[in-house]
Design a binder for this molecule. Structure first.
Ligand code: NAP
Length: 261
């Protein structure tokens, strides 16, 4: 599917330019708030629907998958979407690729909005692993583990032996597959004092984290550094080539340039 002549700019479209904003990250919520207050663009804020707590952002909201790249391409055409801001989470494995494919097929301008990963500091002890399974293997017999990978990513740790888990999640894991675990429900941003106290109170030996980047959940890494605890750090999935920015402000600058081109 190719739009051919649809290399129309946003401003030459017949109505208010329509932008699809793919959510799932802090940056997406920031963009939804900022663009939702503007009258020169119509923003459709799209969520996969994994969490119950959904703030109202943008001008229009939709929830649930599109049905793969071809269906997304049809959605872009049917809804006259003039640009896509892909601000899905750094660990969204499929959506960035689907979006790149659909935007290439329809000639729709696309921007990936993703914050930079955390970088290991000199006093850190990180073991970098490519996937959750490898993180689970890395904590076999590791003692008391602080698991911060999220409620939907506990299964690989269910068969780990010689470890007790402190699991932190935003919403209750259902099911919760790890037998020897304490679940605490909390949502960032987390403070350094709080993270330090948590590691001490639960006598944590090792932390497992996804390299999400950003400030909201970085304090656990500082606490680990201070208390000289190792971190098993899961690397991000690969992301498609193409224009990428790190912040909502940069994304708005990109969109404004498109609107005036
Ligand atoms: P994923 O592998 O990229 O997405 C799986 C499927 O969910 C996609 O193929 C798509 O379905 C649908 N989807 C994803 N984001 C969507 C969006 N913004 N609007 C509409 N449909 C969307 O990502 P995931 O790891 O399953 O995560 C799901 C969502 O949670 C993502 O939006 C992500 O940003 C957010 N999130 C993920 C993590 C994480 O650690 N993985 C953390 C926080 C938030 P179709 O193929 O049917 O279109």
């Amino acid at each position: 599917m190719n739009r051919g002549t649809y290399t129309t700019t946003l401003t030459t479209m017949r109505s208010t330019p329509r932008v699809l904003l793919l959510g799932g990250s802090t940056e997406a919520s920031d963009l939804g708030r900022l663009l939702g207050a503007r009258s020169d663009v119509h923003v459709v804020f799209s969520l996969a629907g994994r969490t119950q707590n959904r703030p109202v952002l943008g001008h229009e909201q939709r929830v649930g998958g599109f049905g793969g790249p071809s269906a997304l391409a049809s959605y872009l055409e049917d809804n006259e979407i003039g640009a896509v801001l892909d601000a899905t989470h750094p660990f969204a494995a499929r959506m960035p690729g689907n979006t790149a494919t659909a935007c290439a097929a329809t000639g729709t301008p696309r921007l990936r909005v993703v914050r930079p990963p955390w970088i290991e500091q000199p006093d850190d002890t990180w073991q970098r692993v490519p996937k959750l399974d490898a993180a689970a293997s890395a904590v076999e017999g590791a003692g008391r583990v602080f698991l911060t990978t999220g409620r939907q990513e506990l299964q690989p740790f269910a068969s780990v032996r010689g470890a007790w888990f402190l699991v932190r999640a935003i919403e209750p894991p259902d099911p919760q597959p790890i037998r020897d675990a304490l679940v605490i429900l909390d949502r960032g941003p987390f403070t350094l004092d709080g993270e330090r106290a948590l590691l001490r109170e639960h006598r944590i030996d090792v932390i497992v984290a996804k390299n999400s980047g950003g400030n909201a959940t970085a304090a656990k890494l500082v606490a680990a550094r201070e208390l000289q605890r190792p971190v098993v750090m899961i690397d991000r999935p690969p992301t498609p080539d193409g224009p990428t920015v790190a912040t909502a402000d940069e994304a708005i600058a990109w969109l404004d340039a498109l609107l005036t081109s």
